[in-house]
Design a protein around this ligand. Structure first.
Ligand SMILES: Cc1cc2nc3c(=O)[nH]c(=O)nc-3n(C[C@H](O)[C@H](O)[C@H](O)COP(=O)(O)O)c2cc1C
Length: 373
C-alpha cells in the first residue's frame, strides 16, 4: 500500500503528524531513519514567513537526508497563505505543503484560525485555492489537516472534505476529535470512516490514537482510509515507524528495544538535535523527550532528573552509561496512550460572532506571526 499525494508517491502510507516543538529537522530525520513515510515539519505561520520573521526562518531548517521537504503552514488570510506557499516552493524547495485547520490552542481559535476556521466555508475555500494556485507551478501538492469541528454541535469535517475536493487539495487528514475535545477522550474513527465515504476524488488520511502499528492497520480496515497520520504514539519511540513500514509491507514486527537500544536511540536523537541547533540548545531540547523514552523502564527519579537537566553530550553519555543495557522493554506500555491528553474545553474561544454565519468571512480576523503552534 503506497500513498499518492498529487505527483508525490510515498512508499508507506504513514505520515508523521506535525507537532509543534517536536517535529523539527532532527526528529524528522530520526524517524525517517527508522522507516519510509512522510515527515512533516512543525507548523509555521504564513505571515511570519511572508514578513521574514527570524523565528519562522529558523524553524525552516531541513536535514541533508530529507529528500522530501514537507511543511505545515498556518494562516487565516488567503493572500498571506498563497504568498507563503509560493515562498516555500520557490525559496525552500518544499515538496509538500500541509495546511493547518485543526489547532485547538485558544490564542489561535480566538483569531478564527486552526480548528475554528473551517466553520467559514468560503474563507476555507479561498485559503485552499490560494495555496493550491501558488504551489501548482512547482508541482507541489497541498494537503489539509483538520478536526471534526468546533464542538459536537458545530461539525465541519464533511463540508471541509467537499471543499477540499473542489479546491484542488491533494489529500485531507482528519483528527477524529473536535476542537473542544482538545486531546481528551478517544478519537472518533467512525467520523474518519464517514469522511472517507463522502470524499471520493482525493485520499483521506486518518489521525488519532495510533499507538502501535497494529492500530494503524486496524484504522485502515475499519475506516477505509488511504493512510494514517501518527503523532503522540512515536514520542520516545521513533522505531514505531519501523514497525509501521513493516506492517504495511505485510510483516508483523513489534520492536521491543532493550534499555541499551533505547539509550542508543536517545543518544542519536540528542546528537541530531545538537547538530542542528548547537550543543547547548540541542541538549535543552532533548530534555523534554527523556520521560517519553524512559516510560515504563525502572530508571529511578534521580536518574530521570539528571537526564532532564542534561547540558552536554558528554554529560548525557555518562548518565546513559549508568543504565542497565539488558533491561527488557516494558511491554505493559504497548498500546498505552502517551503525550498530551488533558481535559475537554468547556468553551472554545472564538472571535465575536464567529458562529453566526457559516459562509462568509463574517468578521475581521488577524493574521498571526508566531510560528510553532
Ligand atoms: C505537542 C503537540 C503538538 C502538536 N502540534 C500540532 C501542529 O503544530 N499542527 C497540527 O496540525 N497538529 C498538531 N498536533 C496534533 C497532532 O498532529 C495530532 O493531530 C494529534 O496529536 C492526534 O494524533 P495522535 O493521537 O496520533 O497523537 C500536536 C500535538 C501534540 C501532542
Amino acid at each position: 500500500m503506497t500513498l499518492r499525494l498529487g505527483n508525490l508517491e510515498i512508499a508507506t502510507p504513514v505520515v508523521l503528524a506535525p507537532m509543534a516543538g517536536i517535529t523539527n529537522a532532527a526528529y524528522r530525520r530520526l524517524c525517517a531513519e527508522q522507516g519510509a513515510g512522510l515527515y512533516v515539519c512543525e507548523m509555521i505561520t504564513s505571515r511570519g514567513l511572508v514578513e521574514g520573521d527570524q523565528h519562522t526562518k529558523d524553524m525552516l531548517v531541513f536535514d541533508d537526508l530529507e529528500t522530501v521537504r514537507s511543511v505545515q503552514l498556518y494562516g487565516t488570510d488567503p493572500v498571506y497563505v498563497g504568498k507563503a506557499a509560493e515562498i516555500l516552493c520557490a525559496e525552500y524547495g518544499v515538496a509538500h505543503i500541509d495546511l493547518n485547520f485543526g489547532c485547538p490552542v485558544p490564542k489561535v481559535t480566538r483569531k478564527g484560525g486552526g480548528g475554528a476556521l473551517p466553520w467559514k466555508r468560503n474563507l476555507l475555500g479561498e485559503i485552499l485555492r490560494h495555496a493550491v494556485t501558488a504551489a501548482e507551478p512547482y508541482g507541489v501538492p497541498v494537503t489539509m489537516k483538520t478536526r471534526k469541528g468546533i464542538d459536537a454541535d458545530h461539525l465541519t469535517y464533511l463540508d471541509a472534505g467537499r471543499i477540499a475536493e473542489e479546491s484542488g487539495i491533494a489529500a485531507i487528514a482528519l483528527h477524529g476529535r473536535t476542537v473542544s475535545q482538545a486531546y481528551s477522550g478517544l478519537a472518533d474513527w467512525d467520523a474518519i470512516a464517514a469522511l472517507k465515504a463522502s470524499v471520493t476524488t482525493i485520499p483521506v488520511l486518518g489521525n488519532g490514537d495510533v499507538w502501535e502499528a497494529a492500530d494503524a492497520l486496524r484504522m485502515v480496515e475499519q475506516t477505509g482510509v488511504d493512510g494514517v497520520v501518527v503523532g503522540r504514539g512515536c514520542l520516545g519511540r521513533p522505531w514505531l515507524f519501523r514497525d509501521l513500514a513493516a506492517a504495511f509491507a505485510g510483516e508483523s514486527v513489534a520492536t521491543l528495544p532493550t534499555l541499551g537500544e533505547v539509550s542508543t536511540m536517545m543518544r542519536r536523537h540528542a546528537e541530531l538535535l545538537c547538530r542542528h541547533m548547537g550543543e547547548e540548545r540541542g541538549c535543552k531540547e532533548f530534555r523534554k523527550h527523556v520521560t517519553w523514552y524512559l516510560k515504563g523502564f525502572s530508571a529511578g527519579g534521580a536518574m530521570r532528573r539528571d537526564l532532564g537537566l542534561v547540558r552536554s553530550l558528554a554529560d548525557l553519555d555518562a548518565l546513559l552509561d549508568e543504565l542497565d543495557p539488558e533491561e527488557a522493554f516494558p511491554v505493559s506500555e504497548l498500546g498505552a496512550p502517551r503525550g498530551r491528553q488533558g481535559a475537554p474545553r468547556e468553551k472554545v474561544v472564538l472571535p465575536e460572532g464567529w458562529l453566526d454565519d457559516t459562509d462568509g468571512i463574517g468578521c475581521e480576523i488577524a493574521e498571526d506571526t508566531v510560528s510553532g503552534g
